[in-house]
Design a protein around this ligand. Structure first.
Ligand code: PMP
Length: 400
């Protein structure tokens, strides 16, 4: 008799993307598929020094079991970091450290979602959140987005109709959409949160990765402008995209009861985030190297985004539509089918692999009603020459 797995697994399919990733091992493939930052961007020297200081100055703290809420010096540094990004009234007790922001999402799912609860997400949204919330039995409702992020008039209708347990948004350089919610709409989201007393989860791993002008302040930062809204916002942050995903350091800022429940759940899961990683991150933030690191990654990814935008226009012309991203790691594009060319991104993904380039079709990023003509292209890990060559191969895939 086969193993009888828990019923909750019935709601979750193995990811279509994972199947595609298996093909990436083929030699010579240029990958626009992953969501990874570029390893060459890591500030290895800064992290080496930070980890050494963690071991010399605080070996007890860095290597011992620690508090589930997080390592005190890191909570202090993160509170300063968030203050520097316009968040008022934040102190170290106003946040808990998580094992990447992925765990923050899992803890929010675990604390908030009962089977059958409605949860509103953007269409499209982060695939791992779809899977994670479904594991807790969420009935996902998809809110439409445009170039300025989620359409707040539609969002209000959906909140009224479904009375969701929470609304999950990636307001800045969304994954996969690349879209950024306008300041006006952020205020509207805060008004909706306060009016309908609905928890809004702001997932913000990409907000620091902008290429020109800074994006609007986070929804959390703007909550001081909308009375009664702050307690309805849970903000998830991450060190992954700028510093290192391998550190697995993320955090949640939210109202005290929510953090207490999330801490309780975390206690039974991993006890605490690696104290060594936390002490290293704390030392890194204290070292003052972050501004230079931010400047470096913004510059490099900005150049790659520029190169990919130009190559897509040059090589694919009217076969593809996209908005040039102003930050983050991704292009979100739509195949137009112009001139009778391929319109199904899943079909193109197969042809593209044969031509030696990989990307992710957009359909799995939709909780409901997938748009089969969409695709996500990451410009983060390929250098500019490989971007050009990869897009040429994509054009050959479209022409074939
Ligand atoms: N949220 C979003 C939108 C992401 O794109 C990612 C990483 N791909 C995460 C959360 C999780 O990141 P981490 O756990 O490394 O902080």
């Amino acid at each position: 008799m086969p193993l009888q797995f828990a019923d909750r697994l019935n709601n979750v399919e193995t990811s279509a993307i994972r199947e595609l990733f298996k093909l990436l091992g083929k030699p010579g493939i240029i990958s626009f598929a992953g969501g990874f930052p570029d390893s060459a961007m890591f500030d290895v020297e800064g992290l080496r020094e930070a980890s050494q200081r963690a071991l010399t100055e605080e070996p007890g703290g860095a290597l011992q079991y620690g508090a589930t809420e997080g390592y005190e010096p890191l909570r202090t540094q993160l509170a300063h970091f968030m203050q520097s990004k316009g968040v008022k009234d934040i102190d170290p007790t106003g946040l808990i450290v998580t094992t990447g922001s992925q765990q923050a999402l899992d803890l929010l799912g675990k604390t908030m979602i009962s089977p059958g609860d409605k949860v509103i997400v953007e269409g499209p949204t982060f695939l791992a959140t779809i899977q994670c919330f479904r594991l807790y039995g969420a009935d996902l409702v998809s809110a439409p987005i445009d170039a300025n992020g989620v359409q707040t008039d539609k969002l209000e209708e959906l909140i009224k109709q479904h009375k969701p347990k929470l609304v999950y948004l990636i307001p800045t350089f969304g994954n996969p959409s690349g879209a950024t919610l306008s300041r006006e709409r952020r205020i509207k989201v805060l008004e909706l949160a306060a009016k309908y007393q609905t928890l809004v989860v702001e997932d913000d791993p990409y907000g620091d990765l902008y290429f020109g002008e800074a994006p609007p302040p986070s929804i959390l930062a703007l909550s001081s402008e909308v009375p009664g809204s702050r307690e309805w916002i849970a903000h998830c942050g991450s060190m992954s995209k700028v510093l290192s995903p391998g550190l697995r350091v993320g955090w949640i800022i939210g109202q005290p009861e929510l953090l207490a429940k999330a801490t309780m759940c975390k206690q039974f899961s991993d006890a605490h985030t690696s104290t060594f990683a936390q002490a290293t991150a704390a030392q890194y933030l204290k070292s003052g190297r972050m501004p230079a690191t931010l400047a470096k990654v913004r510059q490099a990814y900005g150049e790659r985004a520029q190169a990919m935008g130009e190559a897509l226009k040059r090589e694919l012309g009217d076969a593809i539509e996209f908005t040039q991203p102003k930050g983050g790691l991704f292009f979100w594009a739509r195949l137009t089918g112009a001139g009778g060319k391929v319109k199904d991104a899943g079909e193109l993904a197969k042809r593209a692999i044969e031509k030696g380039v990989a990307f992710v079709p957009g359909a799995p990023f939709f909780a409901k009603e997938p748009d089969l003509s969409t695709l996500r292209l990451s410009f983060a890990t390929a250098g500019i020459e490989l971007i050009d060559e990869g897009v040429r191969r994509l054009a050959r895939g479209i022409a074939s």
